[in-house]
Design a protein around this ligand. Structure first.
Ligand code: NAP
Length: 260
């Protein structure tokens, strides 16, 4: 049995997930990383230069088969840290969106994430050891007009993360929610949001966001919101009516609001 700890990172081919995987590799974890597309192999090659073993897996984590494939790759080796990060966005008005894409978002962000945490979490609880980091979002604080299903999916994950943490409070398994604000990654391009203000304005650095999340997970904190602007935004959101928040979100996410 290898003596290094094992971290499982989903959505590690790009963006926040790749940076989380770098943090884990830099802290001495062996890695199993997963994403849907073949780019996971080049991410693995980059991560191997940081030391430790890195196993890459191409799996569609929107499906139970994909999650089963990932769990099969882990085998009987204990997972010390599960970084459930894979996720997608979807811009435009709800009724203009393609329902297959809506469903895929829910399957990826919610169902696949829950199934993976259910499988790995059970094993962590049996061993009474493990850390779970869930990538939620500050989007979960705001009804996301023109990104409605995405924000709702992140509200789900933010809420779920705190609830699971409480259920596990008498165990040594910790659950931490990373709640990034808008971050510079592939996310907005893939979500068809390059014609929006939020898609085109300056965003947070993915490495800094991931480092804050990784550090919070390692110290067993409940959650982390990075940066003063995002902290202020969440504090204000907590005391603002949802109707007002939905109006404000339109200004950020409605097509045609892009900075020229
Ligand atoms: P990103 O660069 O697009 O990365 C998304 C990652 O998730 C990729 O590795 C992608 O791999 C993977 N993924 C997506 N669907 C998958 C599937 N069905 N099966 C397996 N892997 C899948 O975007 P990101 O910004 O780093 O997003 C990472 C997480 O941060 C997401 O949960 C997102 O909601 C959250 N977040 C992002 C922001 C932001 O502003 N960027 C803010 C708050 C929260 P493939 O390319 O192979 O599909």
């Amino acid at each position: 049995m290898p003596d290094k700890q094992l971290a499982l990172v989903t959505g590690a081919s790009t963006g926040i997930g790749l940076e989380l995987a770098k943090c884990a590799a830099g802290s001495g974890f062996d890695l199993i990383i997963a994403a849907d597309e073949a780019a996971i192999e080049s991410a693995a090659a980059e991560l191997r230069t940081l030391g430790g073993s890195v196993q890459a897996l191409q799996a569609d984590l929107a499906t139970t088969e994909g999650v089963d494939k990932l769990c099969a790759a882990v085998g009987s080796r204990p997972v010390d840290a599960l970084l459930a990060n894979a996720g997608i966005g979807l811009g435009k008005a709800f009724l203009d969106q393609d329902f297959q894409r809506i469903r895929r978002l829910v399957d990826t962000n919610i169902t696949g994430t829950l199934y993976l945490i259910h499988r790995v979490g059970k094993e962590m609880l049996q061993r009474n050891s493990g850390r779970v980091l869930i990538t939620g979002s500050i989007a979960g604080f705001t009804p996301g007009s023109f990104q409605a299903v995405y924000n709702a999916s992140k509200a789900f994950l933010d809420s779920f993360s705190f609830a699971l943490r409480e259920e596990l409070r008498d165990s040594a398994v910790t659950v931490t929610c990373l709640m990034p604000g808008a971050t510079e990654t592939e996310f907005f391009r893939r979500a068809d949001m390059m014609d929006t203000k939020v898609g085109t304005e300056k965003k947070d650095d993915a490495h800094e966001v991931a480092k804050a999340g990784f550090d919070a997970m390692m110290s067993g904190e409940s959650d982390v919101v990075t940066g003063m602007k995002n902290k202020l935004q969440t504090t204000i959101a907590n005391v603002t009516p949802n109707e007002v928040l939905a109006k404000q979100h339109r200004k950020m996410a409605e097509p045609g609001t892009a900075k020229s």
